[in-house]
Design a binder for this molecule. Structure first.
Ligand code: HEC
Ligand code: HEC
Ligand code: HEC
Ligand code: HEC
Ligand code: HEC
Ligand code: HEC
Ligand code: HEC
Ligand code: HEC
Ligand code: HEC
Ligand code: HEC
Length: 311
């Protein structure tokens, strides 16, 4: 009976670990990062740290990591500390109150690559699968620029801010400006964020996009634009960003240019007048929604006689 129960327990524990999204990455060589840790070993009990670091221990204990370390990895709270800060026996023997030669791993002094390596011990797969070689990795951006792990600063994803966009704006200021333009997707209203379209951890697509191409990224939400249509408008199939600025613009529907100029960038020689200086052109052709007054099915048409996208 006992055997059966413990076998069951082991089986479900194994299931837990398999189901856990955390995958073991390469181990960190702590002595290489900080030579004073070369011979250090784990010091085991959290009691040893409480005297001096009670605040951090308490706030860390409320994060998702503390919970999962216990559940998925069977680690005590003190061992938890050591998975990111290295073995602590040397530190316990002589904490350096002058901070001249720290006997711990401090994220204030190590390189971005070392920080990322520490996190990647457990986060090699899933969302961070394409981290290596990604634009952010190459630009020396580290995990702690967007995540804070020592306390719960946000409800989701250990984000450094409640609003994950703020972390992005610290470096991508131009995008904040774009989002404030009159035509934009509901980012500033909080219904979307940068990671609706981007994977900041890296992807196989250009521009850290979530899906394989720009259009596939747009189709995640704008499925009705996917087609196929009876009559396709070539540039729509090719690239939504030919006409739209994904981050916001001051023209109708986030267009990059105002119609008719947008259309005239490609259609200069239509049979009907296309400039105010052409004879016979009327405001209806060129003002307001201009070409769109008539060519309203601009993304393609399913009407049998919709070849010109007028219906
Ligand atoms: C006697 C007090 C004392 C004890 C006990 C102690 N520490 Fe420290 N700890 C310090 C001091 C002082 C510093 C700052 C100087 C330094 O980095 O050595 C520090 C720094 C640290 C840092 C680096 C912080 C940073 O980023 O600058 C970590 C991590 C740390 N301790 C973890 C632990 C852990 C885990 C334990 C228990 C195993 C522990 N400490 C026990 C006093 C202590
Ligand atoms: C998941 C990795 C991780 C774990 C686990 C972890 N830490 Fe940290 N710790 C960090 C990072 C990253 C920072 C730097 C935070 C920052 O300022 O961005 C840090 C910072 C600190 C600091 C210094 C804060 C300061 O003043 O700058 C102390 C002290 C510390 N940790 C102690 C601990 C203790 C004690 C534990 C165990 C209860 C622990 N850490 C567990 C990653 C971790
Ligand atoms: C440029 C900012 C940024 C950097 C750098 C970054 N992250 Fe993230 N991370 C995010 C955002 C934003 C989310 C939330 C995505 C979402 O809501 O879908 C996230 C989510 C996650 C998640 C949760 C994924 C899930 O689906 O539950 C993990 C795990 C994670 N990041 C780990 C890391 C690790 C490890 C690193 C360093 C190698 C890192 N992140 C670097 C911004 C960043
Ligand atoms: C010892 C293994 C380990 C290390 C080291 C580690 N993590 Fe985690 N991390 C986990 C586990 C386990 C989870 C929970 C599994 C899950 O739900 O995705 C997790 C979850 C997360 C999440 C998602 C939290 C949420 O609310 O969904 C983020 C973000 C994250 N880790 C970032 C980091 C960062 C940044 C570092 C480095 C400072 C780091 N991790 C180091 C094991 C680790
Ligand atoms: C610490 C600074 C920093 C933070 C924070 C940051 N980035 Fe970046 N990001 C960069 C740098 C540097 C580059 C490369 C140079 C450039 O294109 O500006 C870059 C490039 C990018 C690119 C273009 C990638 C490519 O391959 O063309 C995207 C998309 C991007 N970041 C999205 C984000 C998102 C989304 C966030 C927030 C979750 C974010 N970034 C947070 C620094 C940062
Ligand atoms: C609706 C989808 C979408 C959202 C939301 C989005 N982006 Fe983008 N982003 C794109 C597309 C598509 C590209 C590539 C083509 C282009 O530049 O328009 C891109 C390109 C980028 C680039 C690289 C090229 C450049 O313009 O510098 C950066 C950096 C970037 N985005 C950052 C961000 C940040 C930061 C946020 C959040 C404020 C964000 N993006 C939100 C779709 C999006
Ligand atoms: C995560 C979902 C999501 C993704 C991905 C997405 N959109 Fe949107 N988009 C929305 C929402 C929500 C609205 C607002 C709809 C509304 O107000 O009815 C919107 C509105 C728009 C509008 C109309 C804006 C206006 O001012 O009227 C355009 C144009 C647009 N999106 C283009 C794109 C393009 C191009 C892409 C790909 C780069 C894209 N969207 C990707 C969710 C998304
Ligand atoms: C040839 C230029 C062009 C291309 C390419 C283009 N659009 Fe548009 N789009 C427009 C114009 C013009 C409007 C304004 C239509 C109106 O107000 O009648 C618009 C409006 C929109 C709107 C808001 C109104 C609506 O119809 O829902 C969305 C969403 C949208 N486009 C998504 C997309 C997506 C997704 C793609 C890529 C598959 C794309 N567009 C490619 C020109 C274009
Ligand atoms: C990036 C270039 C580009 C832009 C911008 C563009 N188009 Fe087109 N358009 C094309 C191409 C290419 C075709 C296909 C022409 C063909 O098959 O001969 C086309 C076809 C058409 C057709 C059907 C014509 C035919 O001969 O079948 C109409 C009508 C049209 N576009 C209207 C517009 C309007 C209105 C706008 C502005 C909202 C616009 N286009 C913006 C490239 C563009
Ligand atoms: C008053 C309505 C109206 C306006 C405004 C209008 N069109 Fe047209 N357009 C038409 C009609 C009707 C056709 C021809 C339909 C047919 O013969 O099947 C046409 C045909 C076209 C064609 C295909 C024929 C050709 O010459 O290649 C293009 C391209 C085109 N229009 C582009 C534009 C552009 C660009 C604008 C804005 C500068 C515009 N249209 C404004 C009604 C209009």
């Amino acid at each position: 009976m006992f055997k059966a129960i413990s076998a069951l327990a082991m089986f479900s524990a194994a299931l837990w670990i398999c189901a856990s999204p955390v995958q073991a990455g390469p181990k960190v060589d702590w002595g290489k990062i900080n030579p004073s840790l070369k011979t250090a070993t784990s010091s085991g009990s959290i009691k040893n740290c409480l005297d001096c670091h009670e605040d951090y221990i308490k706030s860390f204990a409320r994060t998702k990591h503390a919970l999962y370390f216990k559940k998925a990895l069977g680690k005590s709270l003190a061992e938890s500390c050591e998975s990111c800060h290295g073995p602590t026996s040397a530190h316990l023997a002589e904490p350096d109150f002058d901070k001249k030669q720290s006997t711990t791993i401090s994220f204030k002094t190590i390189t971005p690559q070392q920080k990322n390596q520490i996190c990647q011990q457990c986060h090699e797969k899933q969302v961070t699968l394409h981290w290596r070689g990604s634009t952010h990795e190459i630009a020396n951006v580290s995990c702690d620029k967007c995540h804070y792990v020592m306390a719960r600063k946000s409800k989701r994803r250990l984000s450094i801010n409640e609003d994950s966009k703020k972390a992005c704006f610290a470096c991508h200021k131009d995008k904040r400006a774009r989002m404030l333009r009159s035509a934009h997707m509901p980012l500033r209203e909080g219904k979307m964020d940068c990671s609706s379209c981007h994977n900041p951890h890296g992807s196989l697509a250009p521009n850290l996009l979530k899906a394989a191409t720009i259009n596939e990224t747009c189709y995640i939400c704008h499925q009705e634009k996917r087609g196929p249509m009876l009559w396709e408008h070539a540039p729509v199939r090719e690239d939504c960003s030919t006409c739209h600025d994904s981050h916001g613009s001051n023209h109708l529907s986030m267009l990059k240019m105002k119609p008719p100029y947008l259309c005239q960038a490609c259609h200069s020689n239509t049979f009907h007048p296309s400039s105010l200086f052409d004879q016979g052109s009327t405001p209806r052709d060129l003002l307001g929604k201009a070409c769109l007054n008539c060519h309203s099915r601009i993304h393609g048409s399913n009407h049998p006689s919709g070849t010109r996208f007028t219906r």
